[in-house]
Design a protein. Structure first.
Lengths: 238, 263
């Protein structure tokens, strides 16, 4: 994915300001920033649910604005702030999205993902009766249905207990290694970002303040941990 | 348009109705109550000295046809609200689903809902009041088609307003169709309206349908002019509603409202 000069203004407010970056196959890119930094706006732009004021986004060599359908069929998204229809069972929800993404053969793919995310025993359960952690895993299963080449995850482990969060991170790394899937990841959990991401973008007031590998950023800003680097960068002390 | 994506959305809503007694009741409950109230009103009116001829058929036929229009509109607007209530809207629009496919699925769903409700009311009207809805013969086809299409047009505008203004506009899903009722001449002829409302009624497709319905019941035929007006107006209404919907959808994408509505 190539993002060039991406800008989004809402009246006088510039939510995303001239952001340029690349995402490579198999890369896990973390987007960091304080609340209101423009992370969610950036992800919305990359998913074509928000129109940019300026700039271009190319995915798989195609212009996102002109090839929305072809691109979105090969990417997917999950967020702690989005849910799934609560009256349907886990399996029914996945069947609906499998059809939406034209997944074939769907039953095998669904069975595989239910097992992979350790929710196979919940397949016949009504989604509304699941815990928030179980719903997050269902949303992740939905996001993996179409074997996406790029996966957008907005705070995916926010409602997971440490055990399941760790398993989720391991799973993402495994999928990345096995399939070459790229991941765009946002989280306020610095330890998680440090552990998981190959590269980080620091956003503040819509601008990229710094980018690089976690190690390079720690060295550059002389921080012992990513959290120290984060605090220095967002407080303008770096 | 991808048929599989339209079927996926249909499947999602049919699963919902399969499991939710409250939603199933919603299809049957109001039509049933309307039928009982209006049915006994017509029985009473028909017993009055000097009662209008065909009063029972006029009122029951009108009630059933109005419900078809109402269900058709709700098939689109309530289905959109279901996605908002379940925080699923963003999941749908980050998928390859096109807005046109979303509308097509909602239209198909509205046919399912209104057919189910109409089957119940038509049967009960026959059983309880010996009212034969099919007495209108083949004229029923253009009447029903026009009401369904008008319901879609109103539903599409309602959906656009909900996307633009969020859940504070959700009351429109139940109310907007009723804005058309006084000038649709559902239970009375257009001729009883004051002149300026008659002028407005000329441009309401439903008014031509209900005028036509009364002509068929009373005289066994309908002036072709009514049907032509209804079809022409509906063509304009649907085109206008689609233009408005796509305009609003573009604006919603520019303002980032899809996430705010959908979360």
């Amino acid at each position: 994915m190539e993002v060039r000069g991406l800008t989004k203004r809402f009246g006088d407010l510039t939510a995303v300001d001239d952001v340029t970056f690349d995402l490579f196959p198999g890369e896990i890119l973390g987007i960091l920033g304080p609340n209101g930094a423009g992370k969610t706006t950036l992800i919305q732009l990359l998913l074509h649910v928000l129109t940019p004021t300026a700039g271009r986004i190319y995915v798989f060599g195609l212009d996102l604005d002109r090839h929305r359908e072809a691109i979105l069929s090969r990417v997917n998204f999950s967020s702690a702030y989005v849910s799934m229809p609560s009256s349907l069972t886990v399996r029914e929800n996945l069947q609906v999205f499998a059809r939406l993404y034209q997944v074939s053969p769907a039953p095998e793919r669904i069975a595989h993902l239910l097992k992979l995310l350790e929710i196979d025993d919940l397949a016949a359960k009504i989604t509304g009766t699941l815990s928030s952690g179980q719903i997050t895993r269902l949303c992740l299963a939905k996001a993996l249905l179409n074997e996406p080449r790029i996966l957008f995850l907005d705070e995916p482990t926010a409602s997971l207990d440490p055990d399941i969060a760790d398993k989720t991170r391991r799973l993402l790394r495994r999928l990345r290694d096995e399939t070459g899937m790229a991941v765009v990841y946002t989280s306020h959990n610095m330890k998680e970002m440090e552990e998981l991401c190959d590269r980080l973008l620091f956003l503040s007031k819509g601008r990229v303040l710094a980018s690089g590998t976690p190690t390079a950023l720690r060295d550059r800003f002389r921080g012992g941990t990513l959290e120290e680097v984060y605090l220095k960068v967002v407080r303008g002390e770096a | 348009m991808a048929l599989s994506r339209i079927v996926a959305l249909l499947q999602r809503h049919l699963y919902l109705y399969k499991r939710s007694l409250a939603r199933l009741m919603e299809i049957f409950y109001w039509p049933l109550l309307d039928l009982l109230v209006w049915g006994y009103v017509t029985v009473y009116l028909a017993q009055m000295p000097g009662a209008l001829p065909f009063v029972a058929a006029f009122l029951l036929g009108a009630m059933i046809l109005w419900d078809i229009l109402y269900r058709s509109q709700q098939g689109i607007s309530i289905s959109l609200l279901e996605e908002i209530w379940s925080r699923n809207l963003l999941n749908l629009f980050v998928s390859p689903l096109r807005p046109g496919e979303f509308l097509a699925a909602m239209m198909a769903l509205s046919i399912f809902k209104l057919s189910t409700a109409a089957a119940v009311t038509v049967t009960l009207a026959w059983l309880i009041y010996s009212f034969d809805f099919f007495m209108m013969g083949l004229y029923l086809v253009p009447f029903v088609v026009n009401l369904v299409v008008l319901g879609w047009a109103i539903g599409i505008v309602t959906a656009a307003l909900i996307l633009r203004y969020g859940q504070k506009a959700e009351v429109l899903a139940w109310g907007l169709t009723f804005l058309f009722q006084p000038v649709s001449a559902v239970f009375y002829p257009v001729s009883v309206l004051p002149g300026w409302l008659q002028e407005i009624a000329r441009y309401i497709p439903a008014a031509h349908v209900f005028e036509g319905m009364r002509e068929v019941i009373a005289h066994g035929r309908v002036a072709e002019e009514h049907l032509l007006w209804a079809f022409a107006l509906n063509g304009a209404y649907v085109a206008g509603s689609l233009i408005y919907f796509y305009h609003v959808f573009r604006s919603v994408r520019e303002r980032g409202l899809l996430l705010r509505v959908g979360e």
